[in-house]
Every structure is written in structure tokens, then in C-alpha cells.
Design a protein around this ligand. Structure first.
Ligand code: SF4
Ligand code: SF4
Length: 194
């Protein structure tokens, strides 16, 4: 078990956390992920190329777990304005290759974006259109700590009523997590209640 203090990265939503019993698990998980990314950036000798408005990577297939998808749905239903919701629906109708939640080159569910989006940081230079830096220049893709990733995923296990499962190793926990992953674009209609 890692002993990490992710408090500075923890988003606080007390009113919603009272009403949605699972929400604190997801926010705790994301805080550990964000800490791991911050540490990875600090340790890297290369400067991140990612910036607000850069969104070539929002065309990729994004894997996410059930609790992460519930988090996005919660955010769409409770936090976004009607105007933003209608912009998402417009994206949906246009069958754009870009992620539904990318509006004007910004992620409008940013605080609830999935782990895959949070951990994906490219250094040196921005990705070019249709580039997969993992193939073209893997050395420029940061690798935030997997120990932190396991720890973060473990925090979400109570959501699945899995606390009683005798996990033997971090890999065991992670394979449980991966087994119930889906691709974000495959659940757009569920998130939008369409
Ligand atoms: S991963 Fe690539 S496309 Fe995505 S924000 Fe970073 S530089 Fe831009
Ligand atoms: S959830 Fe946000 S960051 Fe992730 S692909 Fe969609 S728009 Fe991009």
C-alpha cells in the first residue's frame, strides 16, 4: 500500500458527495492519478507539450471503467449548463470523430475526465494529426507511476462491492479493473439518456 498524500489534488464536492455515495471514491482515485502525473512531470527532463486547447488526442479511443463513466454522466446531468448539454447533443448528431465532450477544443467534463485522459501526457512537441506518439516517439510519452495507478484503481473497488475479494497482487487488482473497461464512444447514448 502506497503512503501518498494526494489531498492537494482532491476535488471537493461536499454537497454532491453526500448525495452520491460513490463520488468520494472516484474523486479520491482521480486525486491519486493527478498526483502521479504531477510527479511524473516533475521528474521528467522534458517539458510537456500538452496545453489547453490542444486536443488531437481527443480523437483516440478512450477506455474507462464503469465508475468513471458514471462520473461523467453525473457531471453532464448535474454540473453542465443546458447550453453545454445541447452542444454535446449537437456533437453526437454530427458523428464527429472527436470526443463528444470536446467543445471548442476544450474538455467540458475536465474534472471528471477518465484516467486514460488524465495520464496521457506527451512531451517535446505536440502530437500531429493522426499521430500516435506511443508508436512514433514512445520516449516522449510520460509514464506516470503504475504503483499509483494500482492504488487509485483500488480506491474504486468498493463501488463494485468487491472489498471482500482477496486480491493477491497489484496486477490482480488491475486486471479486475481492465476487465470491466469499455470505450467511451460506445456509451455516449447512455450518458446522454438517448
Ligand atoms: S497528448 Fe498530444 S494532442 Fe493531447 S494535449 Fe498532449 S500534445 Fe496535445
Ligand atoms: S473526456 Fe475530455 S480529455 Fe478525454 S477525450 Fe473526451 S474531451 Fe478529450
Amino acid at each position: 500500500m502506497l503512503n501518498v498524500d494526494s489531498t492537494p489534488y482532491r476535488l471537493q464536492m461536499p454537497r454532491y458527495e453526500q448525495n452520491y455515495q460513490w463520488l468520494h471514491l472516484l474523486l479520491d482515485c482521480y486525486a491519486v492519478i493527478d498526483l502521479s502525473v504531477a510527479e511524473s512531470i516533475a521528474q521528467s527532463k522534458k517539458k510537456p507539450a500538452c496545453y489547453k486547447g490542444c486536443s488531437v488526442c481527443c480523437r483516440q479511443k478512450i477506455p474507462l471503467s464503469v465508475i468513471e463513466s458514471v462520473g461523467i454522466k453525473f457531471y453532464v446531468d448535474n454540473i453542465l449548463t443546458k447550453h453545454k448539454y445541447l452542444q454535446i447533443v449537437k456533437n453526437f448528431d454530427q458523428h464527429n470523430q472527436l470526443c463528444l465532450f470536446n467543445i471548442d477544443n476544450c474538455c467540458i467534463v475536465y474534472p471528471m475526465r477518465p484516467i486514460a485522459c488524465r495520464r496521457y501526457i506527451v512531451t517535446s512537441q505536440c502530437c500531429s494529426f493522426d499521430e500516435d506518439p506511443l508508436l512514433s516517439r514512445p520516449g516522449d510519452v510520460l509514464e506516470p507511476s503504475r504503483d499509483y495507478l494500482y492504488q487509485a484503481v483500488k480506491l474504486t473497488l468498493p463501488f463494485y462491492n468487491s472489498q471482500g475479494i482477496p486480491f493477491e497482487s497489484n496486477e490482480h487488482i488491475f486486471s479486475f479493473y481492465k476487465k470491466q473497461n469499455v470505450v467511451l464512444s460506445s456509451i455516449y447514448s447512455k450518458i446522454l439518456n438517448m
